[in-house]
Design a protein around this ligand. Sequence first.
Ligand code: ZN
Length: 132
Amino acid sequence: MKHFTVKTGSRFEMTDITDRVRSILMESKIKSGICHVFTPHTTAAITINENADPDVPKDIIMELDKVIPLNDNYRHIEGNSAAHIKSSLIGASEMVIIEKGKLVLGTWQSIFFCEFDGPRTRKVLVKLVSAE
Ligand code: ZN
Protein backbone atom coordinates (compact mmCIF):
# COMPACT_ATOMS: atom_id res chain seq x y z
CA MET A 1 0.00 0.00 0.00
CA LYS A 2 1.22 3.49 -0.86
CA HIS A 3 0.08 6.83 0.46
CA PHE A 4 0.54 10.55 -0.05
CA THR A 5 -0.64 13.69 1.69
CA VAL A 6 -2.88 16.47 0.43
CA LYS A 7 -2.58 19.90 2.06
CA THR A 8 -5.89 21.68 1.65
CA GLY A 9 -6.06 25.46 1.72
CA SER A 10 -9.69 26.18 2.50
CA ARG A 11 -12.75 24.76 4.24
CA PHE A 12 -14.20 23.21 1.08
CA GLU A 13 -12.21 22.24 -1.96
CA MET A 14 -11.71 19.52 -4.54
CA THR A 15 -8.09 18.71 -5.43
CA ASP A 16 -7.23 16.75 -8.57
CA ILE A 17 -5.02 13.86 -7.38
CA THR A 18 -5.00 11.85 -10.63
CA ASP A 19 -1.31 12.52 -11.43
CA ARG A 20 -0.25 11.44 -7.94
CA VAL A 21 -2.21 8.18 -8.22
CA ARG A 22 -0.86 7.68 -11.76
CA SER A 23 2.76 8.04 -10.62
CA ILE A 24 2.23 5.35 -7.94
CA LEU A 25 0.83 3.09 -10.66
CA MET A 26 3.79 3.79 -12.98
CA GLU A 27 6.30 2.94 -10.21
CA SER A 28 4.50 -0.36 -9.57
CA LYS A 29 4.80 -1.51 -13.20
CA ILE A 30 1.41 -3.25 -12.85
CA LYS A 31 -0.17 -3.64 -16.30
CA SER A 32 -3.61 -4.98 -15.42
CA GLY A 33 -5.64 -4.85 -12.23
CA ILE A 34 -7.50 -2.59 -9.87
CA CYS A 35 -6.48 0.69 -8.24
CA HIS A 36 -8.25 1.49 -4.99
CA VAL A 37 -8.00 5.09 -3.75
CA PHE A 38 -9.14 5.61 -0.16
CA THR A 39 -9.03 8.47 2.34
CA PRO A 40 -9.06 7.56 6.06
CA HIS A 41 -10.94 10.68 7.19
CA THR A 42 -14.55 11.24 8.29
CA THR A 43 -14.84 14.76 6.88
CA ALA A 44 -13.28 14.24 3.46
CA ALA A 45 -14.03 12.07 0.42
CA ILE A 46 -12.80 10.74 -2.90
CA THR A 47 -14.76 11.17 -6.13
CA ILE A 48 -14.32 11.02 -9.90
CA ASN A 49 -15.62 13.87 -12.02
CA GLU A 50 -14.81 16.39 -14.74
CA ASN A 51 -11.33 17.90 -14.84
CA ALA A 52 -11.68 20.13 -17.90
CA ASP A 53 -13.81 22.94 -16.53
CA PRO A 54 -12.72 24.09 -13.04
CA ASP A 55 -16.25 25.38 -12.49
CA VAL A 56 -17.56 21.80 -12.22
CA PRO A 57 -15.91 21.13 -8.82
CA LYS A 58 -16.97 24.61 -7.71
CA ASP A 59 -20.59 23.85 -8.64
CA ILE A 60 -20.44 20.48 -6.86
CA ILE A 61 -19.19 22.18 -3.69
CA MET A 62 -21.81 24.93 -3.97
CA GLU A 63 -24.72 22.53 -4.43
CA LEU A 64 -23.54 20.15 -1.68
CA ASP A 65 -23.55 23.17 0.60
CA LYS A 66 -27.19 23.89 -0.29
CA VAL A 67 -28.30 20.28 0.30
CA ILE A 68 -26.26 19.97 3.51
CA PRO A 69 -25.99 23.45 5.05
CA LEU A 70 -23.11 24.27 7.40
CA ASN A 71 -25.49 25.04 10.26
CA ASP A 72 -28.77 23.18 10.70
CA ASN A 73 -29.24 22.52 14.42
CA TYR A 74 -26.97 19.47 14.20
CA ARG A 75 -26.41 17.57 17.46
CA HIS A 76 -22.70 16.70 16.95
CA ILE A 77 -20.87 18.95 19.43
CA GLU A 78 -17.71 19.34 17.31
CA GLY A 79 -19.68 21.57 14.93
CA ASN A 80 -18.69 19.86 11.69
CA SER A 81 -21.69 17.62 11.07
CA ALA A 82 -22.15 18.99 7.55
CA ALA A 83 -18.65 17.75 6.69
CA HIS A 84 -19.38 14.29 8.12
CA ILE A 85 -22.60 14.01 6.11
CA LYS A 86 -20.92 15.16 2.87
CA SER A 87 -18.14 12.62 3.46
CA SER A 88 -20.66 9.77 3.72
CA LEU A 89 -22.65 11.01 0.75
CA ILE A 90 -19.65 11.20 -1.61
CA GLY A 91 -17.79 8.25 -0.08
CA ALA A 92 -14.27 7.59 1.16
CA SER A 93 -13.00 5.72 -1.89
CA GLU A 94 -13.03 5.11 -5.61
CA MET A 95 -11.93 2.10 -7.62
CA VAL A 96 -10.34 2.48 -11.06
CA ILE A 97 -9.54 -0.30 -13.54
CA ILE A 98 -5.90 -0.63 -14.65
CA GLU A 99 -5.36 -1.76 -18.23
CA LYS A 100 -2.12 -1.66 -20.29
CA GLY A 101 -0.41 -0.02 -17.31
CA LYS A 102 -2.82 2.92 -17.31
CA LEU A 103 -5.78 4.07 -15.24
CA VAL A 104 -8.97 3.57 -17.24
CA LEU A 105 -10.61 6.97 -16.96
CA GLY A 106 -12.82 8.86 -19.40
CA THR A 107 -11.32 11.76 -21.34
CA TRP A 108 -12.77 14.33 -18.95
CA GLN A 109 -12.49 12.31 -15.75
CA SER A 110 -10.10 12.97 -12.88
CA ILE A 111 -9.83 11.57 -9.37
CA PHE A 112 -10.53 14.28 -6.81
CA PHE A 113 -9.78 14.53 -3.12
CA CYS A 114 -12.74 16.36 -1.54
CA GLU A 115 -12.08 18.49 1.53
CA PHE A 116 -15.16 19.35 3.58
CA ASP A 117 -13.57 20.60 6.81
CA GLY A 118 -10.26 22.20 5.93
CA PRO A 119 -7.74 23.53 5.81
CA ARG A 120 -5.92 20.39 6.97
CA THR A 121 -3.23 17.95 5.98
CA ARG A 122 -4.93 14.81 4.72
CA LYS A 123 -3.85 11.32 3.81
CA VAL A 124 -4.76 9.38 0.68
CA LEU A 125 -4.09 5.63 0.52
CA VAL A 126 -3.60 3.79 -2.77
CA LYS A 127 -3.78 -0.01 -3.05
CA LEU A 128 -2.95 -1.59 -6.38
CA VAL A 129 -4.14 -5.13 -7.00
CA SER A 130 -2.54 -6.92 -9.93
CA ALA A 131 -4.74 -9.18 -12.06
CA GLU A 132 -2.11 -10.37 -14.53
ZN1 ZN B 1 -16.87 15.90 13.89
